[in-house]
Structure formats: C-alpha cells, structure tokens
Design a protein around this ligand. Sequence first.
Ligand code: HXC
Length: 510
Amino acid sequence: MQNNLAELHKRREQARAGGGAKRIAAQHAKGKLTARERLDILLDEGSFEEFDMFVEHRSHDFGMEKQRVPGDGVVTGWGTVNGRVIYVFSKDFTVIGGSLSKAQAEKIVKVQEMAARNGAPIVGLFDAGGARIQEGVDSLAGYADIFLQNVLSSGVIPQISVIMGPCAGGDVYSPAMTDFIFMVKDTSYMYVTGPDVVKTVINEDVSHEDLGGYRVHALKSGVADGAYENDLEALTQVRRLIDFLPSSNRQAPPVRESFDIPDRDERSLDTLVPANPNKPYNMKELILKVSDEADFFEISPDYAKNIIIGFARMDGEPVGIVANQPQVLAGVLDIDSSRKAARFVRFCDAFGIPIITLVDVPGFMPGTKQEQGGLIKHGAKLLFAYAEATVPKITVITRKAYGGAFDVMSSKNIRGDFNYAWPTAEIAVMGPKQAVEIIFRNELGDPEKLAAREAEYKAHFASPFVAASRGYIDDIIMPHGTRRRIVRALKSLKGKELKNPWKKHDNIPL
Ligand code: HXC
C-alpha cells in the first residue's frame, strides 16, 4: 500500500513538472505563465480538479516513443469561478510545444462533452504550435473532433478562448468557433499559416506580430474580442466576464444583489446631447450612468469603435448593451460595426440575456468601399439578428435614427418591446439637409428658399413626435429618468413569451 501511495505521488509530481524546469524557466522568461499557473488564476483557489493527468500519446513514429510526458501537453479538468462550475483546458507549451496529438485531442473533447452535458461554460487557454507534426492525420482527426464539439456546444454553453502564446494552424479554428476570443498583448499571436509559409507561397516577409498579433486581431480583423496587458489581467477579466453569463442556455443569467438605486435619476443626462446635431458626445457616458455601479464589461473595445457592445447589470440583472457611438464616424453603421453588433445580439439571444439598444445613428455608411465590401449583406446581419431575437428588447433613441438604420436598431416593427425616445430624438428617412436637397431639387439655386424648406422639414420630422404619434415609439422620456425606465421595463418583461416559427435553422446572410 505504502509503495502504491508513493508511486502515485511520484507520478503526479512528474505530470505537474510538465516539460521540466528548463522549459518552464524559458516560458517565464518570455513573460508567460505555465498552463497550471494560469488555471490557478482563472479558477477559485483550491477548486481545480484535474482529469487525465496520466494520459500519454501513443505515437512511435520519428522517435516519439522517447518523448512521452504524462498529460501530453494539455491540462484539463473543472473548477469554479466565484462559486460557479466551469470546465477548462490549458495548453502546456513546455511539452512538445503544446502541439496536438490524438491523445491530447481526446482529453480536450472529454471536457468539452462534460461541459455541454452538465450545462457549464468552457474556457480554453491556447499556447501551442498547432498539429503534432509527427502524428500526421491522427492529429488532423483530433482537431476535427474538437471542432465538432465547438459547433454542437455553440448556443448551448458559453465557450471562451484565451490566446496566450502561439496559436497556429489547426489551433485557430477552435477559438474561431467559440463565443469570445481574448489575446495577451505582445506574447500571443494567431494565424492560419505562419511567416515561413507566407514567405514560401507569396514571397512576403512578415513578422509573427504583424501577421497575427493583437494589433491585427483586436484592432483590424475583429477576430479577437479584446487584448490584455499580460496573463494575469487576461485571466482576471475572463473571471469578470463569466460573472455576467448564464452557465448554459437552460439557465437564467446570474442575478447579483445590486448596491445601486434602481430609480436613480441622472440629471447630467439632460444635457448630454449637444444643441448642435452635428456635434459628437460620448455614448459611453450614458452607458455608465444607467448601469448598476457604472460596471460595464466592454467587448471588442478597439474594433469598429462606431458601435459599442458589452455587458452590464440593471438592478442586478445582466443585460447586453448595443450602442451607436457618435464620437466615432458619427456612429454610422458600416460593415465592421454591423458584424460586431450582430454577433453580440445573437449571443445575447441564444443565452436569454435582455438587450438594451441605445440609438444615435445617421444611417449606413455610403461609398464604393462599403458597397464593394458587401455592406448590404453585412448590414442585413444586424437587421436579421435583431429581428429574430426573442429576448426582452428595450430601445432608447437619444438623437438621430435615420433611414434603414432606424429600422435595424431594434425598432418597434422588428419586435422591440419598449421603444423610448428622448425629446432630442430625430427620427426621419434622412437628415434635413439631404432630404430637402432631394425633394426640392429645383430650388437648389435659391439658398434662402432652401433654408426655409430645411427649417420646415426639421420642425416636422427632426423630432420624436411624429414617430410617437404613429405608435412607433412607446413614450418620449426625460433623459434623467432613463435608468428608472429601463429597470421598470425589464421587470415588466419577466414573463415574456415569444417563439419564432419552427425551422431546422435559419439562413442568416453570412
Ligand atoms: C511538434 C512542435 C510543434 C508541432 C512546436 N514543437 N510546434 N512539435 N509539432 N507542431 C516543438 C518544437 O519542435 C520544440 O521542440 C518545442 O515544441 C518548442 O518549439 P520552438 O520552436 O523551440 O519554440 P518557439 O521558438 O517559441 O516557436 C514557436 C512556434 C514554432 C512558432 C510555434 O514552434 C513553430 O513554428 N511550430 C510549428 C508551427 C506549425 O507549423 N504547426 C503545424 C501547423 S499545421 P524541442 O524539443 O526542439 O524544444 C496544422 C494543420 C492542422 O496545425 C489543420 C487542422 C484544421
């Protein structure tokens, strides 16, 4: 018996040592934590239970039988975040570069299946060199097994990926099919094919950073939903995000006791919108002032900044917020902002999180670049996402709601539940100047007459009253009472029941 205990102890120590002291030191020297250190930060203290720490690969090719490390380059299991169960896998770069063997894939699939079955989120920490080259097609099959689980779990449990080192080849597609991807600045990069292949195939010289660093994905491509300074910050922010999310689509979002006043007035909001309709203001001010304790977890803060998305709480209840940002491109809807918001709306709808939409939008971005890039299909994604969403939807128009963008931004006619406007709202087919230049084209040579027409149009349409008189707006509210009205609306929608017609699945314009 004593011998068995000693053997277990020895084997556990061996597995915990991963690739050994030298490789761990090299990992630290790059500013990265090890796979196990990362889990210690992500999970509540002492809550981690490991699975499959003795699993080894079964390859004999290319001398691999001499390179067996228990655990085989990934640490898997479950633990808790602020008391709630999550499943995890954490790639260990110190073991054969964290590369994916068939045995490693089986470990990952096991926790993916358990997370889905038990209705708990799964978080994957990536730091690896892609397919285990020595295993060939077995590794490819292993990836496919993981991808399949990603797809089957999509919309069932929240799936979160954190890129904390290299993430290349097969490793990128699993994160791509999860709900959120976060990166660590300067130590992580993700790409389908690395700089060497790029050089061979298209003779282009490019660094890892320029090909797939955080500046590429969190700022330009939109592949990543955020980037953090270091491992510690990334993992603590993921803990924060998990607090807003339900464990699965079978459970309600987690309500937390609020220390904020539900009917708190915010007098400063009465002067948020400038008198000049062309002057920008910061929509984030409104978000922070209406949210519980000004706590807002922003998603993709550095990509398509003309739209703001993220999670907040209203009297303790998680909500998703979508808001045009007049400070960037006047808050216009373009390809990137439409895609960004559409995916977020679908996430909220899949997981029963009510959506608050704050509108100040001059329309869709005109021009050849946008049209050639497929603005019609991309803009339609957001329209589609809002229209199909059955969660409670509350809309507040603060200023402009022009043209098709009025329809798109959770309007009454696509099943907005509560549609409010501030007295400063301007709801019209287009801005007054453009409108009169079209309908009074024959008066273009007479600036005085045109100015009078513009004033007339403005007085008639650039207000919320016409829309309210037709019932497209449920009420015109004082800006300072916005939080109180949203909180009340959410409470009144607790019993909302709405189902879309049966279908195998829809055909969203991808
Ligand atoms: C086997 C690998 C490996 C891999 C790294 N290693 N990647 N072993 N298969 N894919 C091993 C290295 O041989 C090395 O072992 C150890 O891990 C550490 O790697 P280094 O190269 O020393 O580290 P570093 O200099 O930091 O470079 C990291 C790296 C580089 C940029 C990720 O390792 C690299 O380019 N790896 C290959 C990336 C790749 O092309 N993967 C295949 C993608 S194809 P020793 O013992 O020497 O220390 C793919 C297709 C799947 O994934 C498609 C499915 C849809």
